[in-house]
Every structure is written in C-alpha cells, then in structure tokens.
Design a protein around this ligand. Structure first.
Ligand SMILES: [Zn+2]
Ligand SMILES: [Zn+2]
Length: 103
C-alpha cells in the first residue's frame, strides 16, 4: 500500500434516509476521493441531494469517519449526518459505505 494508491478510490452506497414526516428518501451516493488525515487514515467528503420523492428533495454535505479496516485488504467508512431542512423537516442518514480496496 502506498500513499498514491491509497488516495485513488471512492465509495458508493445505496441506502434510505430516516423516516420523518411519514416518508423516507432513497439516497444513492458516490463519495469524493480519499483525503489523508493527520492521524494517517483518510476520510471522504460527499455532497449531493437525496432522491426527489414526495414532492421535494434534501441537500446534504458531510464527511465520513476514518477508514474502518475489513478483511482481504478492504475498508469502509461510517456516515452519520442530517440533510437540509426542506418542506419543514429533515432526515437523518447513517450507515456504512460499500467496501473499497485499500490500494
Ligand atoms: Zn423528506
Ligand atoms: Zn475510503
């Protein structure tokens, strides 16, 4: 594993927001590239909109947890954030990304 290789990946995820105001939205996300942290791990930023459903959408911009090691040279990240307020409510999004190789 070298720094160059470690930086050249991102993660995808398919999840749902929390249920608020009697609905949830699909959240299909692709993160930005890896950003090395001072602790020697890396994080990803992501900025997008949840699916436009029930007459509105929500914006979000968040940073992931540091890398969580997995077997076979893969890792994932945890996400935990709130969307913007739209239509008088917001949603919570949490969960793990799809695994990506470390290099
Ligand atoms: Zn909503
Ligand atoms: Zn990563």
């Amino acid at each position: 594993m070298n720094n160059q290789g470690f930086l050249s990946h991102n993660h995808g995820s398919v999840t749902h927001t929390s249920c608020d105001d009697n609905h949830s939205h699909q959240c299909l996300d692709i993160t930005g590239p890896a950003v090395v942290t001072v602790e020697g791990s890396h994080i990803h930023y992501s900025e997008s909109f949840v699916m436009y459903e029930y007459g509105h959408t929500h914006y979000y911009k968040s940073a992931s947890s540091p890398a969580i090691p997995l077997p076979n040279g893969y890792h994932t990240h945890n996400w935990d954030f709130y969307t913007s307020y739209d239509a008088a409510h917001r949603h919570h999004v949490s969960g793990l990304d799809m695994p990506a190789p470390n290099s």
